[in-house]
Design a protein. Structure first.
Length: 274
């Protein structure tokens, strides 16, 4: 469905109108990089809902993390979260993950496309960075710089398939909502709809009623913000979120739970807690 080059992103440039972008599930990409001996800053490929096929132009060491999916190398099955070896000409294919949404492919040496504003991340909203990957693209691989770890497998729990509990901090505009709406947010489940991408996800659940009417001047938006439009159905912003918005934000996810939310798939329910 979608494959992009991602790295740790472009933090610190929001005042110039440039979002941070980067991997939607940052720990998953970092783990893939560590398995192949890369630095955390190296770029890999973020794959949404499987379907990627790549061919090695030379012998490569790779790892696939994040949403666990069927993997084959030259037709033979291989596991996730494991150091894999591809001979020249061998093809690696990713199937559809059984749970979770986004898988990450790291190559020893990193994906060495040209950096834009200091990063190799594709921002799908702003159009910054390398273009979305298409069939036939050839990606350069950089030189190896780190040492391989002492293990070639990471015992990582897969993303949860049931209700996902996420911690939030109320505000900055929770006072724009009724007390009943705030309580509803913290007690009722909200379902992930099919309207989901790297920018964010629209949620469906009990409407969150406002205590105030009128318009809010546009203000800064952050990754993990729960913005509520007039419909009362919240939108959760992810890696490629807009930098400003005019709808009130009732709460913001705790930073380390944003990556867990990025693995939620349509139909899964989110539960928000303090």
């Amino acid at each position: 469905m979608l494959a992009t080059v991602q790295d740790a992103g472009r933090p610190g440039l929001a005042e110039m109108g440039v979002g941070s972008s980067g991997a939607a599930d940052r720990p998953a990409l970092a783990l893939a990089n560590r398995l192949v001996g890369n630095l955390d800053s190296h770029a890999g490929i973020e794959v949404t809902f499987g379907g990627l096929a790549v061919r090695a132009g030379t012998a490569l060491l790779v790892a696939v993390t994040g949403a666990p999916c069927p993997i084959t190398v030259h037709g033979r099955p291989e596991p996730t979260n494991t150091l894999l070896r591809l001979a020249e000409g061998e093809e690696l294919r990713l199937g559809t993950p059984a749970r979770g949404l986004r898988s990450y492919l790291a190559v020893r040496g990193g994906i060495a496309v040209a950096p834009v504003l200091g990063a190799r991340a594709t921002d799908t909203l702003a159009g910054t960075g390398p273009p979305v990957l298409r069939a036939g693209d050839v990606l350069p691989v950089g030189p190896s710089v780190g040492t391989l770890p002492g293990i070639d497998f990471a015992p990582v729990a897969p993303p949860p398939s049931g209700d996902l509990r996420l911690r939030v901090l109320l505000g900055p505009r929770d006072d724009w909502f009724t007390a009943a709406a705030v309580k509803r947010l913290l007690t009722e489940p909200y379902e992930v709809t099919a309207e989901i991408d790297r920018v964010g996800m629209r949620l469906a659940g009990p409407p969150l009623e406002r205590a105030r009417t009128g318009e809010l001047p546009s203000e800064g938006m952050v990754r993990g913000a729960l913005q509520v439009p007039p419909s009362g159905q919240p939108t959760l912003f992810l890696a490629d979120h807009p930098l400003t918005g005019g709808y009130p934000v009732i709460a913001v996810l705790a930073d380390r739970d944003i990556d867990r939310a990025a693995q939620a798939r349509p139909g899964q329910r989110l539960r928000f807690t303090l």
